[in-house]
Design a protein around this ligand. Structure first.
Ligand code: NAI
Length: 329
């Protein structure tokens, strides 16, 4: 029976689906609750041609270790794959695949964050928790009066736009490539115009060399005063220091961040007794107008089932030498 090494396997939600789909596909699994590291790769991948991972960073060193242990295909149970060193993968002859799940989980969550931000929900929840039922300082705004700028109109961005269309807001979009469906609800504009016109900016692009720190001191200065920034894409699209400065000086009215820079190693672990070194995260969490969640916009019942099924299916296709729609490199 063909064997797949599964890292970061979560007992509480993924295990039942791994068992089901491994059975359906005729695969044997070697599982580990932790991320791959130099100490565990050799033992977990023994006898395996494929490794199944989540958003842990796969550096050149780890890639070399996977190759040394006979791994020829790595599937990540995520849409984004910027955590995998693709150059190293090519160098060591390892193929990489992702497992795109439906866009609705992240798109719904994004709309929730937009609404939470413009309605000052963090402040409201904090007040009700201590029985402070006053109104001063929690007046919100209505989406119909606002312009929402959507950066990245791929699967998630487009679903956000279609979700937003029911609220009556003006929708501006920016992408390297235009999509006809988006034009039913909004208008493509230049990035400069989007910065200038949008009351709310939400990001839905992968992280690339070109858009690293897309939101920075300079681009922030081109935005409207009181702009709301929502990021459910990748942390490094925003320069955290510039963001903090923008919040402190009042340029930014609110932010909602499902992702932050340097989140690797923090998210999905219980760190409540630890002193953490991500200062930006600590500062951002403390602001009353910043909502932070731990990179889980995707996390729905539908997601779990789909990624487990598709990541194992892609391993099977790879091992059988068949055409693999999930392969990215
Ligand atoms: P997609 O590939 O369907 O769409 C991405 C869009 O971004 C494409 O239309 C592409 O042309 C555009 N794009 C790429 N580089 C750009 C640039 N420099 N400027 C403007 N547009 C650019 O991807 P999808 O499924 O919509 O996901 C988007 C991103 O959301 C993922 O890459 C991932 O980083 C993030 N994500 C976050 C999750 C979370 O739980 N917070 C879960 C899933 C994805």
């Amino acid at each position: 029976m063909k064997k797949v090494a599964v890292f970061n396997l979560r007992e509480f939600d993924e295990a039942e689906w791994f068992e089901k789909y491994a059975g359906d596909l005729g695969l044997e699994l070697s599982t580990c609750p932790d991320a791959p590291d130099m100490d565990n790769i050799a033992s977990v991948t023994e006898g395996c041609e494929c490794a199944d991972i989540i958003t842990s960073q796969i550096t050149r060193e780890l890639m070399a270790e996977f190759a040394r242990n006979g791994i020829r295909y790595i599937t990540t149970r995520t849409i984004g794959y910027d955590h995998v060193d693709l150059e190293a993968a090519r160098e060591f002859g390892i193929h990489v695949g992702n497992a795109p799940y439906g866009p609705n989980g992240v798109a719904d969550y994004t709309v929730m964050l937009i609404l939470m931000s413009i309605r000052k929900m963090k402040r409201i929840l904090e007040r009700t928790n201590i029985q402070d039922y006053t109104l001063e300082g929690i007046q919100g705004r209505e989406l119909k009066d606002l312009t929402v700028g959507v950066i990245g109109t791929g699967r998630i961005g487009r679903t956000v736009i279609s979700n937003l269309s029911g609220f009556g807001c003006r929708i501006l979009a920016y992408d390297l490539y235009e999509n006809e469906e988006v034009k039913r609800y909004g208008q493509y504009v230049s990035l400069e115009e989007l910065w200038r016109e949008a009351d709310v900016i939400t990001m839905h692009t992968p992280l690339t060399e070109e858009n690293f720190h897309l939101v920075n001191e300079k681009t922030l200065s081109q935005m409207k005063d009181g702009v709301v920034i929502v990021n459910t894409a990748r942390g490094a699209l925003i320069d955290s220091e510039a963001l903090i400065a923008g919040i402190e000086n009042g340029k930014i009215g609110a932010a909602a961040l499902d992702v932050v820079e340097n989140e690797f190693g923090l998210y999905y672990y219980d760190h409540k007794s630890d002193v953490l070194s991500n200062r930006e995260l600590a500062i951002l969490r403390g602001f009353p107008n910043v909502t932070v969640s731990h990179h889980m916009a995707f996390y729905t019942d539908n997601y779990t089932k789909t990624v487990v099924r598709d990541s194992l299916s892609s391993c099977k296709l790879f091992m059988e030498g068949k055409k693999n729609p999930w392969e990215v490199c």
